[in-house]
Design a protein. Structure first.
Length: 572
């Protein structure tokens, strides 16, 4: 059976190598699948008559057949063989085919852990230092900073590179909307014209953006996955093994003749994952009614006594039960946190996303003494994915799990490139998304660092930080602005490049630290959708004051980080 990667490679070959519009390519792929031609290799090895019979176009069939044969002969050819999303990750120079900034067909593959490490951002959490800081910036980079930190809590499964890409997509969409509203730009956006037609969408800061799934890309932060115990060393109920890894597989040396064997065989489990002393493991089993939940869990605890020493044993289930209306059925669901705030609802949310029914899942955590923040949601999601995948392999069912890493698509760049090449905008619905430009995380990180280079000193004394935006009259504002710029230039001349770069990082660290403290104070009490909604209101409350209309476009103002700290949830 062809894999998802085979399908992606076939799409890339047709849309990029053969320049077939996405709409036509998908139609031909469906026709090929009907003839059981699901991969490049299958098409290349079959007779031309089979391909022609599938897509009903002799010329197109011959072209596809030849392209697939050429691909097999030269699988590394970059012009036709586009790599899966996992190989996009590289901060090195792009090849000639991807000189246009942001196109996803050039970088060489590197390990996800190394790639994501290059996007680590500094964070300062000293409240005193943060509260004394005032930055001089404009509004767009503040939106970027808000979005990057917000995504740690609303979409914790996204790696740092995806967060930067998504955040930049929000900034781009917001900036264009603002430009249209004040008359700087006219006409519909690329999104309105359908350039993102058919692609998934996510909501960030209340605004929907179009995304591209990074097929095959897997990232796992700093946590460590423990190897399951060897079968010959397994002992039922070994309390020295807190994670209970010994029964992660249905066939790890537990005899089916043992009274506990059938119990463990009924459960599928993820491999234990440890981060900062906390160990997580998720188990899944099948139930057909809510009344079975208690007895099934009691059997599990009897089979694995070490679970009773765990800090948390959160659970959730979804079952399909009959109603009294002519044989109709309905979904019954329930969850329990067991002290891990929000975990039950989170488990239930993933079960809904994957349309999983007649399933009970139990998340076990041994707390290591260090709070993990949003990282725990990513770990729990990954563990649940593994447990469900193991169960589906055992039962032979099929399901698709959400939470894939994504890129933010740069639809405006795609339209501009197409118009520059003389293509009519009416073709936007047919434009292939594979090979379309994305918002590169490298550019987003660089923009974030350079946009907070200026730190205002002595604001209360009317020095460099005198509030230009609220001064009376344009002459006064212009004079103050000129003095500020001259003072800034004089200061810059006395500083080395290394010192300036260090100051930029310090400024960004303080801003991100303030935002992290803000979101952390609310994350345990608000759902992700509500946190996203409130985040935009918080941005409005603290953003720099600038003139309205075109005159304020790109203008800078003072950003007091103490104002961000003041928005934190008050205890009690």
């Amino acid at each position: 059976m062809a894999s998802q990667q085979d399908l992606q490679e076939l799409i890339r070959l047709m849309t990029i190598g053969m320049r077939v519009p996405m709409k036509d390519a998908l139609g031909r792929i469906k026709e090929l699948q009907a003839k059981n031609l699901r991969s490049i290799q299958q098409i290349a090895e079959c007779p031309l008559s089979d391909v022609t019979a599938a897509i009903k176009d002799t010329k197109a069939a011959r072209s596809l057949h030849n392209a697939c044969k050429a691909r097999l002969k030269n699988p590394t050819a970059s012009s036709t063989a586009k790599r899966a999303g996992s190989t996009l990750e590289n901060a090195s120079k792009r090849s000639r085919q991807s000189n246009e900034t942001g196109y996803v067909d050039g970088p060489e593959p590197v390990a996800p852990h190394e790639f994501e490490a290059s996007f680590a951002l500094p964070v300062e959490t000293d409240e005193k230092i943060i509260a004394e800081t005032v930055l001089l910036t404009n509004r767009a980079p503040l939106v970027l900073a808000f979005a990057v930190e917000l995504l740690r809590y609303t979409m914790p499964e996204q790696p740092p590179s995806s967060r930067l890409s998504l955040a930049q997509a929000v900034v781009s969409a917001n900036s264009r909307s603002k430009a249209v509203s004040i008359g700087i730009e006219r006409g519909p956006s690329a999104d309105d014209q359908g350039w993102g037609h058919g692609q998934p969408r996510v909501k960030i800061l209340g605004r929907e953006v179009t995304v591209l799934k990074r097929g095959g890309y897997e990232w796992k932060g700093d946590e460590k996955t423990e190897e399951p115990s060897k079968p010959e060393n397994l002992t039922i109920g070994n309390t020295d093994n807190p994670s209970g890894a010994g029964e992660t597989s249905v066939s790890q040396g537990v005899s089916s003749e043992s009274p506990l064997g059938p119990v463990l065989n009924a459960w599928s489990a993820s491999q234990p994952v440890t981060l900062k002393g906390s160990t997580f493991i998720v188990r899944a089993t099948q139930i057909t009614g809510p009344s079975q939940r208690q007895s099934v869990m009691q059997s599990l605890f009897a089979a694995v006594p070490s679970l009773q020493s765990a800090t948390h044993n959160a659970w959730a289930y979804r079952v399909q039960v009959p109603t009294n209306l002519f044989g109709a059925t309905t979904i019954r669901e329930d969850s329990f946190d067991d002290g891990e705030s929000g975990c039950g609802d989170f488990l239930l949310k993933i079960l809904r996303e994957t349309n999983t029914i007649n399933t009970l899942v139990v998340m076990t955590r041994w707390y290591g003494g260090i709070m993990l923040g949003p990282d725990r949601w990513r770990i729990i999601r990954n563990c649940l994915k593994d447990a469900l995948a193991e169960r589906l392999r055992v039962t032979g069912e099929q399901a698709a799990l959400g939470g894939e890493a994504v890129w933010g698509l740069d639809l405006e760049a795609a339209r501009n490139k197409s118009e520059g090449a003389g293509s009519a905008s009416s073709r936007s619905y047919e434009a292939g998304v594979v090979g379309m430009p994305i918002h590169r995380p490298e550019a987003a990180k660089a923009y974030l660092l350079k946009s907070f280079a200026a730190r205002v000193e002595n604001l209360d004394d009317g020095g460099d930080g005198a509030d230009r935006e609220v001064s009376a009259g344009h002459e006064t504002a212009l004079s103050t602005s000129t003095q500020t710029n001259q003072a800034s230039k004089a200061t810059t001349k006395r500083k080395t490049t290394k010192i300036l770069e260090q100051e930029k990082e310090e400024n960004v660290a303080r801003l991100l630290g303030a935002l992290r403290l803000l979101f952390e104070s609310w994350a345990e009490y608000l759902g992700t959708s509500e946190l996203d909604r409130r985040a935009w209101g918080w941005y409005i409350a603290v953003r720099p004051d600038v003139e309205s209309g075109p005159s304020g476009w790109g203008a800078k103002g003072h950003l007091k980080l103490a104002d961000i700290l003041a928005l934190r949830r008050k205890e009690g």
